[in-house]
Design a protein around this ligand. Structure first.
Ligand code: DX5
Ligand code: ZN
Length: 230
């Protein structure tokens, strides 16, 4: 199974005074999906967007919108984010006491589901419920802690990407393996070499020429994938 490279620009680093334009530039520049971090000032020490960002952007953007819930108690907001028009909802596994139930809740609303794993967390919860691997579309290895863009790359992410690949094969699953945090021209080759194909990037995309930044990131990723396969 071949998992093509997807670039998912994270609008956390966009110009909020020019958000629609920046998002449209990311779409035109080759972004596969738009990544929208939702923060509650509690699970992580920052605030970002609320639910209404989803329909607001949906009016303008054609590619899928991914709501990355970096919040406590995501279960009580899944219905709202689904109704708002999220194409994918990603929850952080450490915020879900009953992860299979949370994933089932997302899927029952016709929305794609993803799981994020923080740098200091392992796969225990997932391995305890491996059936969820067939239900999710995206597994995100966090290479930085939720809260801010522009943090350094956490090297532990590399082994975790490899582990995610092993689990995907073991359970014959089909989810994309994503990395969120410090995806940039310096880190992208090792990330792709380790087995990730879904690249979430904020600060490395939303500065100066958005479409050029996406193009360069994608070129390096595609080339790394090509040489890794041959
Ligand atoms: C952090 C967010 C990321 C963030 C990544 O809480 O989940 O999506 O935008 O930012 P960069 O790419 O700048 O590390
Ligand atoms: Zn994110």
């Amino acid at each position: 199974m071949n998992f093509p490279i997807k670039i998912s620009p994270s609008i956390l680093s966009a110009d909020y005074g020019n958000l629609t334009n920046d998002t449209l530039r990311a779409e035109k520049g080759g972004g596969s999906e738009i990544h929208i971090d939702i923060m509650d000032g509690h699970y992580c020490h920052n605030f970002s967007f609320g639910i209404d960002i989803i329909p607001a952007l949906k009016k303008h953007v054609k590619i899928p919108l991914v709501a990355h819930l970096e919040i406590d108690n995501p279960d009580i907001f899944i219905e709202d984010f689904a109704r708002a028009g999220s194409d994918t909802i990603v929850v952080q596994e450490d915020t879900c006491p009953h992860l299979p139930r949370t994933i089932a809740n997302i899927k029952s609303r016709g929305v794609k589901a993803g799981i994020g794993i923080n740098p200091d967390r392992g796969f225990e919860k997932i391995e305890a419920n491996p059936e969820i691997l067939s239900d999710i579309e995206l597994l995100i290895v966090m290479a930085a802690y939720p809260g801010y863009g522009g943090q350094p790359f956490s090297p532990v992410a590399i082994q975790k990407i490899e582990k995610a690949c092993v689990l995907r094969s073991k359970y014959s699953a089909q989810f994309d393996i994503g990395v969120d945090g410090a995806v940039n021209i310096k880190t992208v080759a090792k990330i792709v070499k380790a087995g990730a194909n879904y690249l979430i990037a904020g600060s490395s995309i939303f500065s100066n020429d958005i479409s050029k930044n996406i193009k360069i990131l994608k070129e390096i990723a595609d080339e790394t994938l090509r040489t890794a396969i041959v």
